[in-house]
Design a protein around this ligand. Structure first.
Ligand code: NAI
Ligand code: MG
Length: 350
């Protein structure tokens, strides 16, 4: 039997509640399948660790993580005690950058049993592939002068390597799905980087003639995701555009508490990191009412990445059955606890 060694960082707030719940579901799914098992190693890094040691993780943290097959992370942040830029850059962004997790993948799908805030939510199921390392979020620029003379310059950086990598990943993903890629652009307003983005999309697209291809300006695309989300399969986007589109994706699904995400090292050189879209939710932490579905669906993405798509599908089916029976946490308008939702999902795993 294959054993996967997973580094677990529950983090802060509800991360410490939803991660153990997801581990229970993943262990049960592995047991039922019989081909593989997980060996979990918990790292207590995050804001409490910072308050004790002055660091979000130890100096050799990245080296430690490299020894694992994958990383399963909850959420990080205690905004009342540690500034968000310290907690974010000291752990999450550090891991994403140093372990070269260049691609961020976030699905959005209309789930059975979960009403979308859209008035006519047709049966949508799309995935946003977001470039995760450069673009508008490159640390390039500066500020000079002060007062009325103050100037701020932020450079967007698009490398051919990074852009091609994101496009190619999107096309490969589309081949395994409904065979269509939409590129998020804005070459009618942004004069250098986005025409370049379009050229690379066209060039890489020539290698994938069997895949349908379209290019939409980001403003139109945002409107389409509200009006006709069912028209999309895979969307490839730069760092900023992808960030915005994926929050929109989470919103039209019904709650940020269910949205999953993966930061992928697609070459397999270092571990990838699987973490839900939501944060540490200090407003509800410790009450046992956090929605575990985002973390559990994130676990499904880890199974998909490891090559067990059939097991991942079983987990998603169990989530949908649980929702369809009205077993929902308060963020979805229900009265169930995290424990009750988790137990129901485990019961529906077959
Ligand atoms: P948040 O996602 O933690 O919470 C936003 C709202 O959604 C809150 O009302 C919360 O109760 C609710 N919510 C989120 N996840 C939920 C779940 N699983 N079940 C039920 N309700 C849920 O975002 P917020 O409040 O902006 O940030 C709180 C802290 O988390 C900050 O320190 C922030 O920096 C951090 N954060 C960390 C992320 C990560 O680790 N990847 C991502 C986003 C925020
Ligand atoms: Mg965001």
């Amino acid at each position: 039997m294959k054993t996967y060694r997973i580094a677990v960082i529950p983090g802060d707030g509800i991360g410490k509640e939803v991660v153990p719940a997801a581990i229970k579901v993943l262990d049960q799914a592995a047991l039922l399948d019989g081909r593989f098992q997980f060996e979990w190693t918990i790292f207590p890094w995050g804001c409490e660790y910072y308050l004790e040691t002055g660091k979000m993780m130890p100096d050799n943290g990245i080296e430690l993580l490299k020894q694992y097959d994958q990383i399963f992370l909850g959420a990080v942040g205690m905004p009342n005690l540690v500034p968000d830029h310290v907690s974010l850059w000291g752990l999450l962004i550090k891991i994403r950058r140093e372990l070269q997790q260049f691609i961020n993948v976030r699905p959005a799908k209309l789930l059975q049993g979960l009403p979308s805030p859209l008035r006519q939510p047709n049966d949508f199921d799309f995935i946003v592939v977001r470039e995760n390392s450069e673009g508008e979020y490159a640390e390039s620029g500066g500020r000079i002068h002060s007062g009325q003379d103050e100037v701020a310059i932020q450079n967007a950086v698009f490398t051919r390597k990074g852009t091609e990598r994101a496009m190619r990943y999107a096309f490969e993903l589309a081949k395994t799905r409904n065979g269509h890629v939409t590129s998020a652009t804005k070459s009618n307003g942004i004069t250098y980087s986005m025409p370049f983005w379009d050229e690379v999309f066209t060039q890489v697209g020539k290698e994938y003639e069997e895949v349908g291809q379209a290019s939409n300006h980001i403003d139109t695309l945002a409107a389409f995701l509200v009006m006709k989300p069912e028209n999309f399969d895979v969307i490839v986007a730069s760092n900023l555009f992808g960030d915005i589109l994926t929050d929109l994706g989470g919103a039209i699904m019904g709650s940020i508490g269910i949205a999953p995400a993966a930061n992928l090292n697609i070459e397999g050189l270092y571990p990838s990191m699987f973490e839900p879209v939501h944060g540490s939710a200090p407003d509800i932490a410790g009450q046992g009412i956090a929605n575990p579905i985002g973390q559990i669906w994130t676990g499904k993405m880890m199974l998909d990445f490891l090559g067990y798509q059939d097991v991942g599908t079983r987990i998603l089916n169990a989530i949908e059955q649980t929702l369809a029976r009205g077993i929902k946490t308060p963020d979805l308008g229900g009265a169930a606890t995290l424990q009750e939702v988790t137990d129901a999902i485990i019961d529906y795993l077959t």
